[in-house]
Design a protein around this ligand. Structure first.
Ligand code: B12
Ligand code: SF4
Length: 499
């Protein structure tokens, strides 16, 4: 039986997280194929490590997980080199980038298959087919090229998460000691990254989750999540959890049940949710969550403009008024709302785009006045290929195009696009981008994020004081003095580094 190598390209220079994507894929073939993981976050020379495995001649299947941004810097050249050096291997890519940008990936000539969304069934089925020389043409969630044409197979219904095998933490621990993955964060000294559900029941038009999951969501049960967490707590001493779900809080019942179970374990936790969903939670659930360790929740606030909220297809119920009142409600329960905003959405005229940026800046300041503990994360609107969405259509109409050649994705301009720093959308002028970035710098100076654990009290006070006049007088241009301190102190930006 040929072996499988799973590769996680580098995404972090410190604060490593358990590579859940490849670990879950490893779980899907556990007992069927022998596998190893190469985690570039934990290797000095990851390509050398890959090569040393492949030189044994035992590995035929190479799986890469690829999300947009810095992971591409290794994924693209490494995949090319593997194919050149070991032409007998089969290269299979999965993850958000691979799924949403499957055309340039498959046209590159060095990726043989893409798994579109969950690979838990598709991956073992594909390997079995390749191993036995049987057809793979009917495997759901598979995309491949035949006769020069890309074939996108049907999507599989979302898998009941309770039926999935446990993640092979102990085996990962043998390859890379697990405790190094439990890093120090704002939440605790040993933070576990855990993924308890897939997809999201909403269809926001700017979100990369939508083309893959199409508004569907499935979660593990509260007790399954609890058991996994306690296993890691007891064995490797985790004291806090980052829930990496797209939307951890879809079901109030599941969250309340989990909170009841985890309360006695003294764990601090964080996850991502929606304002309009959690605003429907009962007061007693919110109080229970806080008591059970929920310290901060990430929310897509997006904008203070109700019209645009509708266009973003937020599900229709989130409004500017609710964003404000909910920030106040969170303060009552001592849970920090981490609000992300998407600035620079398309408008009919340049004047309208600029006015919208100004009004979003004013709205963010209003939110800060309502609940100063609110953490603000600012993104510039970066299109995702959600076919059929108005916003994506408007983006295409404006002349925007994704690169068609895979290597173009690692050019500096597209890396900035992935990091949502420079969206390359034709309607945003350099002046508009500067205004967003400069406001962000001043805001981060006046209200440094609590998630930067390296910033001590003195530094916080100094930069807050230095940014005060600019913040209060709305003078954001050329904030070089704040930028300099950010650079010297290596200020942490969740929008670039990922939460
Ligand atoms: C953890 C995470 C990170 C980690 C790194 C993870 C790692 N691999 O080392 C960190 C924090 C570093 C990170 C950073 C960024 N991230 Co990130 N990240 C996530 C997050 C929250 C969870 C991913 C995960 O572990 N999922 C759990 C696994 C089990 O699910 P999965 O990855 O979907 O895997 C399944 C399938 O996709 C498939 N699959 C995946 N890989 C493979 C491989 C093979 C071989 C096969 C067969 C199948 C397969 O099968 C798996 C099991 O069913 C996702 C959102 C989400 N909830 O998924 C965002 C997400 C992937 N990140 C995203 C982005 C944009 C980024 C950033 C580029 C920017 C940012 N501001 O966040 C930065 C880049 C910074 C950097 N240094 O790289 C976006 C991608 C959006 C897009 N346009 O495609 C997402 C979707 C978040 C979002 N909703 O916007 N991220
Ligand atoms: S609620 Fe969040 S995860 Fe769900 S579709 Fe909207 S932006 Fe994406």
């Amino acid at each position: 039986m040929n072996k499988v190598l799973l590769f996680n390209p580098r995404s972090a220079t410190w604060k490593y997280r358990i590579p859940n994507s490849v670990l879950q894929i490893a779980a899907s073939i556990e007992g069927l194929f022998e596998w190893v993981i190469v985690d570039a976050n934990r290797e000095r020379d990851p390509y050398q490590k890959i090569r040393s495995y492949l030189r044994t001649g035992e590995f035929r299947y190479i799986g890469f997980t690829v999300m947009p941004g810095p992971q591409l810097k290794q994924a693209i050249p490494f995949a090319r080199h593997v194919k050149e050096e070991f032409p007998g291997t089969q290269m299979i890519w999965g993850g958000y980038f691979a799924s949403n940008q499957h055309k340039p990936v498959l046209n590159s000539g060095f990726v043989d298959f893409v798994i579109n969304g969950p690979g838990d069934h598709a991956f073992p089925q594909l390997l079995e087919a390749l191993e036995n020389g049987t057809p793979y043409e009917l495997i759901k969630n598979l995309i491949y090229k035949t006769g020069g044409k890309i074939v996108k197979n049907a999507k599989e219904d979302l898998i009941e998460q309770a039926t999935l095998p446990n993640l092979p933490y102990d085996k990962l621990d043998k390859l890379y000691p697990l405790e190094v993955y439990l890093g120090k964060t704002y939440l605790g000294n040993k933070t576990l990254a855990y993924h308890s559900s897939v997809g999201c029941p909403f269809t926001c038009s700017f979100c990369a989750v939508v083309p893959i999951y199409g508004g569907r969501w499935k979660g593990k049960t509260a007790s399954q999540v609890y058991e996994d967490v306690v296993y890691i707590k007891n064995k490797w001493k985790a004291d806090s959890i980052e829930f990496h779900d797209n939307n951890f809080f879809v079901s109030e019942k599941r969250v309340a049940e989990f909170a009841r179970l985890i309360k006695k374990e003294n764990m601090i936790w964080w996850g991502e949710g929606r304002i309009d969903t959690i605003d429907k939670y009962k007061d007693e659930t919110l109080a229970l969550m806080r008591e059970a360790g929920c310290k901060m929740i990430f929310f897509g606030a997006e904008t203070g403009n109700d019209e645009i909220l509708k266009k973003m297809d937020k599900g229709g119920t989130q409004s500017a008024a609710q964003i404000g009142s909910f920030a106040a409600r969170m303060a009552r329960f001592d849970i920090i709302p981490e609000y992300s905003f998407v600035l620079g959405t398309p408008g009919d005229t340049p004047g309208q785009v600029m006015r919208q940026i100004d009004s979003d800046i004013a709205f963010i300041k209003e939110i800060k006045a309502i609940n100063p503990a609110t953490e603000i994360v600012i993104y510039t609107y970066s299109p995702v290929p959600t076919e059929g969405s108005d916003m994506y259509q408007k983006t295409l109409d404006s002349g925007f195009r994704f690169p068609e050649v895979l290597e173009d994705w690692i050019s500096p301009q597209w890396e900035n696009f992935d990091l949502r720093k420079n969206p390359l959308t034709p309607w945003l002028t350099p002046e508009m981008i500067d205004k967003i970035r400069d406001f962000e710098t001043v805001l981060n100076g006046y209200y440094p994020t609590v998630s930067d654990i390296r910033l001590n009290g003195f530094k916080r006070k100094l930069i807050h004081f230095l940014s005060g006049l600019r913040y209060k007088t709305n003078f954001y241009g050329y904030p070089y003095e704040i930028k300099l301190l950010h650079r010297i102190w290596r200020y942490r930006q969740p929008e670039i580094q990922g939460f």
